[in-house]
Design a protein around this ligand. Sequence first.
Ligand code: R2B
Ligand code: URA
Length: 315
Amino acid sequence: MPRDGRSVGERHRGGVIKTENINHEFLDAVLDGSQVDVYYHFGVASDDPILDRLRGVRAIIMAGSGDRIKEFAERWSAMSGDPHIVAFPKEDRFVTRYTGGVLFCSHGMGMPSASIAVQELMRMAYFLKRGDLVALDDVFWARVGTSGGVGLPGGTIVVSEAGVMPDLQPYRLMQGGLGTYWFDGGFPAQTRADILAANADSDLSIVEGKTIATNEFFLEQFRLDGAIRLETAQTKQEFLEWLHANGVRNIEMEGAMLAAYLNSWGFSSFAMICAVLLNRLEGDQVTATSEELHRFSEYSGDVLFAYLQQRLLSS
Ligand code: R2B
Ligand code: URA
């Protein structure tokens, strides 16, 4: 993986797990039993019998809130006809449910929290699939979330084509003296096309576009209603218009990292589906009623479940 590349999506080849980016030293020791992997934030470990019930996992679905995860699991249990819902005992960090071949997990808010969930879930997926890269690549990953729209009204659904940082560059990490490690922020085009096709009959407004992931809800999203204010109405407007002109359609707080980490292993099928809560060109405060917010968030669930149904239940 280059340390100096910056393309978004260019390196996404799809269909080929990149073994060189898998931490084989650690994860293969877990497979041969010489090492137990403690998925600390989920409160389970690789020698815990509960994980045997998850071996058939075919999709890993993440959302910010634990309540959402519980609702999703109930809905999928009914749709898939699997009456059993497995819950991990620890819920103070992330809420997890497994039913009908789908693992639903909350990830909290922001990339620091979500990166912990994603890394532990990738380790768990490798373990559950016993290091079989073909089986591993057959797992579909998604984040279903909320976002601020850039020129889009509340209720619009954005299927992300790339997850980038507020400077429109992909996610990257500082590596001490080694410089900056750049990731690929693209979301696989085929998965996006399949999601749109599964929702072809939907009345919802579903668009594709780039998504900005920020490390801050107020300042990095150029809000004027934070406790601290760095922008003017004019600089905010210029920023949002610059984003829009560059193909950005929504702003949230996890997508750039999610795409980066899943691309680093080369997963071929993953997506981010976000409901827009407000049009940021028209304001900063989320003023939608709780009924509207619930409805918007159901829309993103509808888009996800139409795809899951087609992918997992129709064959
Ligand atoms: C969307 O909404 C949350 C902030 O309100 C954050 O987790 C995100 O990405
Ligand atoms: N989530 C965000 O990160 N930003 C918004 O404006 C709305 C939801």
